[in-house]
Design a protein around this ligand. Structure first.
Ligand code: HEM
Length: 192
């Protein structure tokens, strides 16, 4: 990603241009395949895992801690993005923040998937299936969001046509829908 100076919103000194990620279709498809395969493995293996009550409590704690870390970071980035749309924040500030939060979001999502598998989901339930699809959508959409962020970085703080912001708005909407769907279904299933 092009690095922006948060104070000016312009490319940081020393930036040589270009893209740090390897170009090409394989570089784009590889992470999507990795997310899809990881998700499939968890979906197939999770129903067969058995853990004792003590470990289940630990897994539930890890599930909720991962939720706080991942979704908390997503909400913070989306909140600052909204402030940018309302012209209360510079694009450079929002993009720098999104880049900083990137690791937390992925750690939270991976933590949710691993601890969720240990909680032994009932994958024959329609609601659980919907939750798992929402989680997959969040993962793949997260990869797409990274590309959208890279494109926005190239715009700098210059005013731009709203249509160029559409992919970002769409990806943010999918992300929010996915996270809230998984949260509500998780809460619903655990309520006696
Ligand atoms: C974005 C990802 C996810 C979110 C936001 C999420 C959210 C939640 C929430 C809020 C709960 C309720 C916890 C409580 O009892 O207080 C929960 C429970 C649970 N989650 Fe998740 N979760 C996610 C991913 C997953 C995944 C990937 C799996 C399975 C592989 C999973 C399996 C479970 C199970 C089995 C429970 C316990 C439900 C019960 O008690 O019957 N979750 N989740």
């Amino acid at each position: 990603m092009r690095r922006l100076d948060p104070s000016t919103g312009q490319p940081a000194a020393g930036w040589r241009g270009g893209h740090r990620r390897p170009a090409g279709r394989a570089a784009r498809i590889g992470p999507v395949v990795a997310v899809g395969v990881g998700w499939l493995v968890v979906v197939l293996v999770a129903p067969h895992l058995t853990v004792g009550p003590g470990w289940r409590s630990i897994a539930l704690f890890c599930h909720l801690a991962s939720l706080v870390i991942g979704f908390g970071a997503v909400l913070t980035v989306d909140w600052f993005s909204l402030r940018w749309i309302l012209r209360r924040e510079r694009l450079g500030t929002v993009l720098g923040m999104a880049q900083g939060a990137h690791l937390l979001i992925w750690l939270g999502l991976v933590g949710l998937v691993v601890s969720g598998a240990a909680l032994r989901p009932d994958t024959s339930s329609g609601l659980v299936q919907l939750k798992l699809v929402a989680v997959l959508a969040v993962g793949i959409n997260g990869l797409f969001l990274g590309r959208v962020r890279d494109r926005l970085a190239n715009l700098g703080d210059t005013p731009t046509h709203w249509s160029r912001l559409l992919p970002g708005a769409l990806a943010a909407t999918i992300s929010q829908l996915g996270w809230w769907t998984a949260t509500i279904i998780g809460f619903w299933n655990s309520t006696p």
